[in-house]
Design a protein around this ligand. Sequence first.
Ligand SMILES: [Zn+2]
Length: 424
Amino acid sequence: MGMVTQAMDGVGSEPGAFGKRIMELAERLAQWSEIPDGLTCTYLSHAHRSVAAEIRNWMRQAGLVTEIDAVANVVGRYAASDPAARTLIVASHYDTVRNAGKYDGRLGVLTALVLVEHLKRLGRELPVHLDVIAFSEEEGVRFSSSFLGSRAVAGRFDGKLLERQDADGHTLAAVMRDAGLDPARIPTLARRREELMGYLEVHIEQGPVLLEEGLPVGIVSAIAGSVRSSVTITGTAGHAGTVPMTRRHDAAAAAAELVLYVERRCAQEPTLVGTVGQFFVPNGATNIIPGRCELTLDIRAGDDAARDAAVSDVAAEIARIAARRGVSIESREVQRTATVPCSPRLQSLLADAVARAGITPRHLPSGAGHDAMMFDGLTDVAMLFVRCGNGGVSHSPREIITAEDADIAARVMLDAVLRLAETS
Ligand SMILES: [Zn+2]
């Protein structure tokens, strides 16, 4: 009886089978790398193109109608019998940062893949098209511009991006043409609102919350937008031995004060985070008082109001530091993205599936950006986070997950996708 019920739910696969396969496939994808020891897979490198071909091959074997599109996304459709049916996208990315972990991005792609492999095995048709998409570029490593793949599918690809250059001076357009892609076709990839019924993404949490709470999966409530600024402090350079401490206008000391303020202010609220990731003293030397200091600022929070309040407090502090120390501080905002709230409807769909799996549904914001953000305003988006081991470390070879957690995530997704498709 139990077996019959399982088959009717579509969860007929033996326990652990999804997780085992996801882990195996992640290992196989990790064999293609730009570096001998470790994993680096950036946009349209040889390794990247090999990974795309392999994913496409697996999708084909699962019976999907596949293509590698004009930005090198690997797209596979598990088609409904009605060609006019709406489309549910389940996606994530296959590029990586330098010296990456094996699961950031790829976990979401492989979870979607095992899900359709399973539906195909059961011969189960859905009343909606299920599009599995492996986005080609999310991390922004090669061209300093992130979300190239999802941007195109969401219709947000700005043609000016094609002029961007990589470290070797090759433009994005040239690199794409060399790989046999046609940049002129990018606008045709944009999906229309009417054809979509939702966007779901599985991703590793890249943080310690689920690990600390002993939960294998969690439901993302919102994806934090960030405000990024570039700050230049100009003081007065001078001889390190002759200028008395009371007469100095030390740019690095002013910058240090700012860094500590950002740390203090952003510790005041639970989802608020602030980071100075780059800090330079140009032409600095042991025996020179720093005349100039350049730093970057990245402030994020689960909601825009909390973030913007912190940004304006930092601006006020900048003015106070400048006045007190007699230095000039110029802060230029270089990027501002809005926080993307996940769909309440899809969140409760995922929460119900998590509860049916016997797990307490835990909603948590994402501090990291994800492909899902690109679909905000185009269709309902939701994300399922999977517990990270090793203290929650990601963007590192130390990034790990367990096969058990991957299995739970796949089962939760299968349950949620089937219910969503039925209510379409
Ligand atoms: Zn990612």
